[in-house]
Design a protein around this ligand. Structure first.
Ligand SMILES: *[C@@H]1O[C@H](CO)[C@@H](O)[C@H](O)[C@H]1NC(C)=O
Ligand SMILES: *[C@@H]1O[C@H](CO)[C@@H](O)[C@H](O)[C@H]1NC(C)=O
Ligand SMILES: *[C@@H]1O[C@H](CO)[C@@H](O)[C@H](O)[C@H]1NC(C)=O
Ligand SMILES: *[C@@H]1O[C@H](CO)[C@@H](O)[C@H](O)[C@H]1NC(C)=O
Length: 510
């Protein structure tokens, strides 16, 4: 513990000496709940040592570029976490060039592809759930959520990445990377990434919060989980499932989506009705790909117990199975349809249907619908053409270990035809001319995601290499021109890796 803190301080000191992190970089230990407005500033690093609650009516403001590290366990032996109580506010104000990072307090080499090194972030609010107003997060003291205000605000989260978390919060109860409990739609969330979480990536317990530009990568359980009456909207979602990893008795890598309404009462109101458009869901490989991996559940989407919803403009690729329907026969199951003509306002008026667009693309998916089901599995319509994504081959050592990743479709891809305009009346959704999360130009994961930091995105890698050459192999984090702002985090990471090696090397000598 002392040694790690020492390394971090030494690293910060070194960074400060080189003018990288400013003059007065400090490691601030966050060991007390936040009960008054607080601001975390980019010149410091913050170390979570406890489960930290931001309590009503306090606001936690996090500046662009802040790094938050967390110990694995708190002083009681439970995992660390940041919990934003109902009535409290988070403002995580990252930008593409200065994202906010939540990660573990470990050296980079110990974190590479590792999961469960700390807990996660839990945001709570007073929007409706179908479990009443006194729902609570199990394993936490007094973390109640839910209420009657769909327009509630818990603040805003922009350009924030949450990595390597998901440690056990409570007996056999791991924590999601980002949990939203009863969070209302006045909360603004865009550009968030959860990568290498042990449990789910993002989970919604009820609520109405909308998300745009979401990256979910290599999470151990479901990537996006919704239940208890979640009624929000999601546009531009990238899910990448990774190769299977066994950790102890657990076989990791689960579904891209696992969603239900309420396991005890399938008709509970409000009914879960996520509206998801423009998703690219990349599975772990299929027999059509020639690398059918033995993953835990092998279906991309698991729809259960009374789920409604709208799933349109999706590209789903590389998986043994596409969709699984479970517990749909019982009373109250939502009507499955591929033919409803629904409008945005109609979704709220008639929530009790599950609409899967017939123009979703399913490519190299062995079975579109998984055969085990307690309803006669519907025969679904979809488009089976190759979406021609630039560089997403799951067989290259699981994709996440490959040198390059690029999920943009080539010109002429079926991503650009037969668009589903079911949601054209809903002002939340941008009207764009493609399916999946990306068009052929805007690689919105550049600059701020794990992919960018690892130098796996095409431009980033080339430009970083050019920067390195121009600067004699030393990057100073400011060496990128205005035309290539997204290269900075990659350079920064390379610099920090070098610095850690340097510091460790120095320690060894001392
Ligand atoms: C923080 O608040 C929680 C919930 O109210 C409480 O259980 C915990 O003891 C508090 N932690 C500290 C360090 O005061
Ligand atoms: C638990 O929450 C309730 C309702 O917000 C509050 O009245 C009570 O004081 C809290 N108890 C603790 C121990 O924090
Ligand atoms: C399903 O549709 C039928 C007729 O189209 C309707 O009678 C029934 O109420 C619907 N069920 C639900 C749960 O919406
Ligand atoms: C590409 O998609 C983005 C949304 O991610 C949109 O803002 C942009 O206008 C699109 N560009 C083209 C050329 O379609």
């Amino acid at each position: 513990m002392m040694l790690k803190t020492g390394v971090v301080s030494a690293l910060l000191l070194l960074g400060a000496c080189l003018g990288l992190l400013g003059a007065a970089a400090e490691e601030i230990i966050v060991g007390k709940n936040i009960t008054e407005d607080a601001r975390w500033t980019a010149d410091n690093t913050y170390l979570l040592t406890e489960q930290i609650y931001v309590k009503e009516p306090a606001e936690l403001y996090i500046e662009p570029g802040v790094t938050v590290k967390a110990e694995t366990f708190d002083s009681r032996g439970y995992t660390t976490a940041l919990i934003i109580n109902s009535g409290a506010t988070i403002r995580a104000m990252g930008t593409r060039d200065a994202p906010i990072t939540f990660s573990a307090n470990q050296p980079p080499e110990a974190m590479q592809n590792a999961r469960g090194l700390w807990g996660g972030i839990i945001v709570l609010g007073r929007a409706p759930t179908n479990k009443g107003a006194s729902d609570a997060i199990e394993g936490l003291s007094n973390a109640t959520f839910g209420g009657t205000d769909p327009d509630d605000s818990s603040g805003e989260i922009h350009y924030t990445r949450i990595w390597h978390g998901g440690a056990e919060l409570w007996r056999a109860n791991e924590i999601n990377g980002l949990t939203f409990g009863g969070v209302g739609r006045a909360t603004k969330v865009d550009h968030v990434e959860v990568a290498f979480n042990y449990d789910d990536g993002i989970e919604f317990f009820g609520g109405t919060v909308d998300l745009k530009y979401v990256s979910l990568l290599c999470n151990g359980d479901d990537s996006l989980d919704a239940d208890e009456g979640y009624q929000g909207r999601v546009q531009y979602l990238l899910v990448v499932l990774c190769k299977d990893i066994a950790v102890g008795d657990d076989s990791l890598t689960d579904h891209a989506f696992e969603m239900d309404n309420n396991g005890k009462d399938y008709t509970a109101s409000p009914r879960s009705h996520p509206i998801i458009s423009h998703a690219t869901l990349l599975g772990p490989g299929s027999s059509k790909d020639g690398c059918d991996r033995k993953v835990k559940h092998s279906k991309m989407a698991h729809f259960r117990e009374g789920l409604g919803g709208t799933f349109a403009n999706m590209i789903v690729a590389h998986s043994p199975a596409g969709f699984m329907f479970e517990h749909f026969q019982d009373a109250g199951a939502a009507n499955f349809t591929q033919g409803l003509s629904v409008s945005g306002s109609g979704n709220e008026a008639f929530p009790d249907f599950l609409y899967l667009s017939p123009s979703n693309v399913l490519f190299n998916v062995d079975d579109a619908v998984h055969s085990e089901s307690d309803i006669e599995p519907p025969t679904i319509q979809y488009i089976s053409q190759d979406p021609q994504l630039a560089n997403v081959d799951p067989c290259v050592d699981g994709r996440e270990d490959a040198d390059l990743f690029d999920p943009r479709p080539a010109a002429g891809s079926p991503a650009f035809s037969d668009l589903d305009d079911t949601l054209s009346d809903d002002p939340f959704f941008d009207k764009v001319g493609f399916k999946g999360a990306f068009n052929s130009s805007d690689l919105w994961i550049a600059g701020w995601t794990w992919w960018a930091d690892q130098g796996k995105l095409p431009q980033t890698q080339q430009e970083t290499a050019a920067d390195d050459a121009a600067e004699g192999g030393v990057t100073d984090g400011e060496g990128t021109s205005a035309a290539t702002p997204h290269t900075r985090p990659a350079s920064l990471m390379a610099f920090m890796l070098t610095s850690v090696a340097l510091v460790i090397g120095m320690k060894a000598v001392i």
